[in-house]
Design a protein around this ligand. Sequence first.
Ligand code: DQA
Length: 142
Amino acid sequence: MTKIYVLNGPNLNMLGAREPEIYGTMNLSDIEAKLRQQAPEVELVFGQTNSEDELIGWLQAAFNDSADVILNPAAFTHYSYALRDACAMLKGRSRLIEVHISNPHTREAFRHNSVISGVATGVIAGFGVDSYLLALQQLTRN
Ligand code: DQA
C-alpha cells in the first residue's frame, strides 16, 4: 500500500476556531476525513504538531519510508532552516508538496518568503482546505 505523510505545523490544531475569516471553519479532523475519503487506497500518515523537533522527526520517518509528503509547515514556512534541511533530504527520493490554506503572498510581508518552497517538488496555496485535496490528487494520479 502506498504511504503518504500529511504533516501539519504549529497552530493548525486550532483550525476551525482560528481566524475563520482566513482559514475557514473546517477543523483538521474534517480535512483528514476528506483526504481519507479521496484516496482510500493510500495509507495516510496524518499528523499535526506545534513542535519543530517532532515535525522534523516525521520528515525523517518519511525519508526512511521513501514516502511522499504533503506538508503545511504553517509559520515554520517563513523561517525554519532546520525544517528546510529535513525537506531537502527528500529530494530525488520522494516528492514533497508544500500546501497552504491561505495564499501567503496576499498577506503580511513576512509571509511572502518561504524557506521550504526551494526544496519542495511543488507548492499549492490559496485554495482553502482544497489545497490539501489537490496535493493528494497530484500525488495519486497515474
Ligand atoms: C498557513 C500560512 C502561514 O503563513 C501561517 O503561519 C499558517 C497557516 C496556511 O495554511 O495558510 O499557520 O500555512
